[in-house]
Design a protein around this ligand. Structure first.
Ligand SMILES: [Zn+2]
Length: 275
């Protein structure tokens, strides 16, 4: 079972524009795809990916409901392939109500990208999201950017301390472009907090380091906490999977990272087992 645990999708009409916007935000980082569901399934399928955790980010509160509907509609079209994460925004009036709606739509988590959404992840403004999600929905945080500290690993640790029942996934080894710092900070925390509900993913990271370096970072988190993901439409699934397979890891570690960890993480936050 291979799960791409970090894939962005957009409605066909705006996919091209949305992925161009992401590319511009990341200083012209080239995007592999436009970001449609069809292309995700086609390219992921070719690479041998079985399932995809799909999400999209609302940059303003007014977009939240329609994006959640779009994610739910997409999952309804491909229920065996897609696992949906909803979006939220700290400035949304009725955060708790939208979390109930996210759950009733069958979505299994929440994605936040605070650099696009312009808030510091540990700001009190965002606490209603964490309060309502704690023990019910995992939150995938974009984490790290050397140009800003809105989503820094330190801030994510502040959230973990304050909401111990919340499952967090700190994307990009919990520190995009500051990879070693993210791993260091989390390794330190995990030493004394083995039961912490913390995951990370290796999306948009393997391209930037040697296989040995990536394996070292994975060992700092522990292989049972790491998810594989492409950050679609940023990276090509086949290429990123090939990069992952070059890491000096055991077959068991690969199995965990490629699928088993994601299923456990989802099941732990759900009244019914996810398989
Ligand atoms: Zn993302």
């Amino acid at each position: 079972m291979i799960i791409d645990a970090h894939a962005h999708i957009f409605p066909d009409k705006i996919a091209e524009k949305a992925s161009a916007g992401i590319s511009a935000f990341y200083d012209g980082m080239p995007m592999d795809s436009a970001g449609t569901v069809d292309e995700l399934l086609q390219k992921g399928g070719k690479a041998g990916v079985d399932r995809f955790i799909v999400q999209s980010v609302a940059t303003i509160p007014e977009q939240v409901a329609s994006i959640n509907n779009f994610i739910a509609d997409s999952v309804a079209k491909f229920p065996d392939k897609l696992i949906g994460f909803g979006t939220l925004h700290p400035d949304l009036c009725d955060v708790a109500g939208e979390i109930e709606r996210i759950i009733s739509l069958g979505l299994r988590g929440i994605k936040l990208h605070s650099d696009f959404q312009e808030f510091n992840i540990d700001d009190e403004r965002a606490f209603p999201i964490y309060e309502a999600a704690e023990g019910r929905l995992p939150i995938l945080f974009h984490c790290g950017d050397k140009r800003t500290d809105r989503s820094s690993p330190e801030r994510l640790i502040n959230i973990v301390r304050r909401f111990p029942g919340l499952t967090v996934i700190g994307a990009h080894f919990a520190g995009w472009s500051i990879w070693d710092k993210g791993a260091e900070i989390f390794a330190d925390y995990l030493k004394n907090n083995e039961d912490a509900r913390i995951y990370t993913d290796c999306s948009s990271s393997l391209y930037a380091m040697s296989p040995e370096h990536a394996a070292d970072i994975i060992k700092k988190f522990g292989a049972k906490r790491v998810l594989w993901g492409t950050d679609y439409p940023m990276w090509n699934a086949e290429e990123d999977l090939a990069r992952f397979m070059k890491l000096p890891l055991s077959p068991r570690e690969r199995e965990l990272i490629l699928g088993e960890n994601a299923l456990r993480m989802l099941s732990d936050n759900s009244p019914t087992e996810v398989s």
